[in-house]
Structure formats: C-alpha cells, structure tokens
Write a protein that binds this ligand. Structure first.
Ligand SMILES: Cc1cc2nc3c(=O)[nH]c(=O)nc-3n(C[C@H](O)[C@H](O)[C@H](O)COP(=O)(O)OP(=O)(O)OC[C@H]3O[C@@H](n4cnc5c(N)ncnc54)[C@H](O)[C@@H]3O)c2cc1C
Length: 392
C-alpha cells in the first residue's frame, strides 16, 4: 500500500546523532538538531516526533550519547500524509484488513501519547489546511463562524480571525466559554446538535481520536475585543522563600477578583519562579487591569523583589496531572488552596499551574499518589482538563 505515494516510513530525524541508527552519524546536522530541538515547529512538522518527550522513552534523543541506540519504539512506524477523505478511508480499510493498530496524528502535541504508539500506522491530518469565515445559520446559532480543516493551527486561525475583526478562543473564554462550547459542526459525516447528535457530543467532550477522524470543524466566531493584557514574572533570587511565596500568595488570594467579570489568567508557580502569562480582560481597560495587579506589584516593591517579562514555553519533559478548582472554594477558603500549593512545592522539583507538572521523568507515583491526592482532597469529585490529565 502506498496511498498514491502518501505513505511515509518513519526514519527518526535524530538518527544523525547516533551511531547505531537509520542514517550515518552527522556531527553538523546533529548540532543543528540540538539547537532547534526545544522548539515546537520541527516537532509539529514531523510525521512521527513525540512532543511530550516522556513518552518517547528516551529513544532517539539528540542529547543522549552518540552510541545510545535510536529505535522507533513508541513512535509511529508508518504515517499516511492524508489530504482528503479518500486517503483516510483507504488507510482505515487497510489497517482493518491487516489488523494494524491505527492512530490519528495532527501535531503530535498530545501529552498522554494518544497520537503515537508502538507498531502503529498513523493517519496524519496536519495538511488539512482549508480555512474559511462563513455566515452560519441553524436553530442553535446564527452569525459569523469559521470552518477549519483538521490540520489548521491556532496561529493561522488567529491571523484570519483578526483580518475579519474576529477574536481568538483562549483569551475570550471567560466571556464566551471554552472552545469546545463554540463548535457548531464536525465534518466526519457532519455532526452537529441537529445532525448525528450523539457523534457531536462525543467529539465535543470525549477527546480526540475516540470514535472517528474529523476532517474539519465549524466554530462560532465572536467579534474581536480590545483587550487589556499584562505579563509578570519574578523569582526567588536574592530573597527568602517566605518573601517569594508571600508575593505569590497575594496573587492567589486576588484570583477570585481576576476571574470575576470575564477576566482570564494563565499562571505558573514553581519553587523558584512565579509567572503570569498573561492576565487578560477582553473589552477591559488598562486602569481596570492595573487595579487588579496593584496589590501584587505593591507587595513586590515593598519587599524589594525584582520582576520582569515572561518566558515562552515550547516542547515539554513535564509529566502532568491536574484538578479543576471551583472558584467558590477559592473565594471561601483561599488559605486551604494556598496550603496545598505550598505543600506541593515543598516536595522537590515540582511546578504548579492550575495543574501540577513534574519536571523530572519517571515520577508517576509522585504525581498520582503524593501531589494530586492533595488537590483531590480539597476538590472532591472535581474534574480534570482531559488533555493535561495525569496519564496514570
Ligand atoms: C507543550 C504543550 C503545551 C500545551 N499547552 C496547552 C495550552 O496552553 N492549552 C491547552 O488547551 N492545551 C495545551 N496543550 C495540550 C494540547 O493542546 C492537546 O494535547 C491537544 O489535544 C493537541 O492536539 P493536536 O491535534 O495538536 O495533537 P495530536 O497529538 O496530534 O492529537 C491529539 C489527540 O487528538 C486526536 N486527533 C488529532 N487529529 C484528529 C482528527 N482529525 N480527528 C480525530 N482525532 C484527532 C489524536 O489521535 C490524539 O488523540 C499543550 C500540550 C503540550 C505538549
């Protein structure tokens, strides 16, 4: 089977860095690879690389010794670079006929290894790139919408949305709801709230790859809003751990106010650094935002803590786990949450967002049994964000 020449045999690009691999060792190419390894682009443009490095199981890692083996192992063995419905149909039929495990792969960004696996044939949807702003009309929604091919990435969507005076998902979530709440249709068949309704809800809530392969989706598109934005980062350099944590505490106590009235905040706390990346108020003003961050800025100034702009995150070695925390708990008992955060941070090498990340490999037991259990205790019956859940 070649699927009209669309079948790709996995040859790990990292082979250049190892003696015993698929192509001869090449010092220059290996050095170049190392210099770009941490960035997203080379991973999402590959048909086989695994962005959550933990699940590559250290096979074909450019930073390992030259004589370390480079094997395909958990990477897909073959991938079909699908660009239309028939490529997908043929691949599914082939894998069924020959009993080959099939995975669906878009960017390979999945934290839980759902888009890879040993011995698998991947259907690569990354090149479904059509994108179109349309006027949508159904009994559930009338207005602007955007139809996006399965391989279109957010930076492209943002660009097109902006050109049409429409806004992007993440920062508008506190006004309009999650991205999943905006979806009008999935093209498989077509699944919407009025057509193939069961499939529609499965895709909206069940996670990718559970049932079928999506060719495109159509989503509501909301008007762009002038948005006030702020980033903030400080570290524990030159200050005591108490002073450092106290400043972070001021932010956590004030989170309820930030979340009220349609604000969003993305933040990260580790033992040595706190960073907000960013706080946004869609439709809000600079003054409104200033008032929200003033308490933490005043604390930082009073305690002589220097602060700067935030860093950028790329591929990850982190293992994840998380718990959604209700704002009502934050409003009524911020101290309970702060105690748990502080407790988790006391355990070495841990990081915390609205999730717990451990930046060292093979820490499943620590995440599942020691860190997450602390969050679960304060949020009994609470949910998790599926894409950043504990893989155990
Ligand atoms: C470093 C890093 C940072 C992240 N940051 C964020 C963040 O800030 N916010 C956030 O919300 N999430 C974040 N995530 C999570 C990420 O967005 C999700 O894992 C997301 O599902 C990745 O989708 P993908 O299609 O690009 O990845 P893939 O790994 O290619 O696919 C993800 C899942 O969807 C399935 N799938 C892919 N395409 C299709 C299709 N056409 N039809 C059916 N199923 C399909 C795959 O089989 C797999 O199960 C982050 C992940 C990483 C590794």
């Amino acid at each position: 089977m070649t699927i009209e020449g669309r079948l790709i045999v996995t040859v790990p690009i990292v082979s250049y860095c190892h003696n015993d691999a698929f192509v001869p060792y090449d010092e220059q190419k290996c050095a170049h690879l190392k210099s770009i390894w941490g960035f997203l682009k080379m991973h999402y443009e590959s048909s086989s690389l695994i962005m959550a490095l933990y699940f590559a199981n250290q096979s074909c890692d450019p930073f390992l010794a030259r004589d370390a083996p480079c094997r395909i192992r958990t990477h897909v063995q073959y991938t079909v670079n699908a660009t239309n419905f028939f490529d997908i149909q043929k691949t599914i039929m082939f894998s069924k006929e020959h009993n080959i495990r099939l995975v669906i792969r878009n960017t390979g960004h999945d934290y839980l290894r759902k888009s890879t696996g040993p011995g698998t044939l991947g259907i690569w949807t990354h090149h479904f790139k059509d994108i179109e702003v349309i006027n949508y009309s159904s009994r559930y929604y009338m207005g602007k919408a955007i139809k996006i091919g399965a391989g279109v990435q957010m930076f492209k969507i943002n660009k097109i949305m902006h050109a049409h005076n429409l806004g992007d998902y993440e920062q508008l979530a506190s006004i309009f709801g999650l991205a999943a709440d905006q979806i009008l249709e999935f093209e498989i068949l077509t699944a919407s709230q009025s057509l193939n309704e069961d499939l529609y809800w499965t895709f909206a809530g069940g996670g990718g790859g559970t049932l079928s392969i999506v060719l495109s989706m159509t989503s509501k598109a909301h008007p762009e809003l002038r948005t006030a934005v702020a980033n903030l980062t400080f570290t524990n350099a030159g200050i005591s751990q108490d002073t450092f944590f106290n400043a972070a505490k001021i932010f956590i106590i004030g989170l309820g106010l930030i979340l009220d009235a349609s604000k969003t905040s993305i933040w990260l706390l580790i033992e040595s650094m706190f960073t907000i990346t960013p706080i946004t108020i869609p439709g809000g003003s600079k003054n409104q935002l200033q008032k929200l961050i003033d308490p933490i800025l005043q604390t930082l100034k009073r305690d002589n803590v220097t602060y700067t702009m935030n860093p950028i995150f790329n591929i990850t070695e982190a293992q994840l786990g998380g718990r959604l925390i209700l704002q009502s708990l934050l409003d009524s008992s911020p101290g309970v949450i702060i105690n748990v955060f502080q407790n988790i941070l006391i355990l070495k090498n841990t990081a915390l967002l609205s999730r717990v990340s451990v930046n060292i490999s093979r820490q499943a037991d620590l995440i599942t049994n020691k860190l997450l259990s602390k969050l679960e205790r304060i949020m009994l019956g609470g949910g998790v964000y599926l894409n950043e859940a504990d893989s155990a």
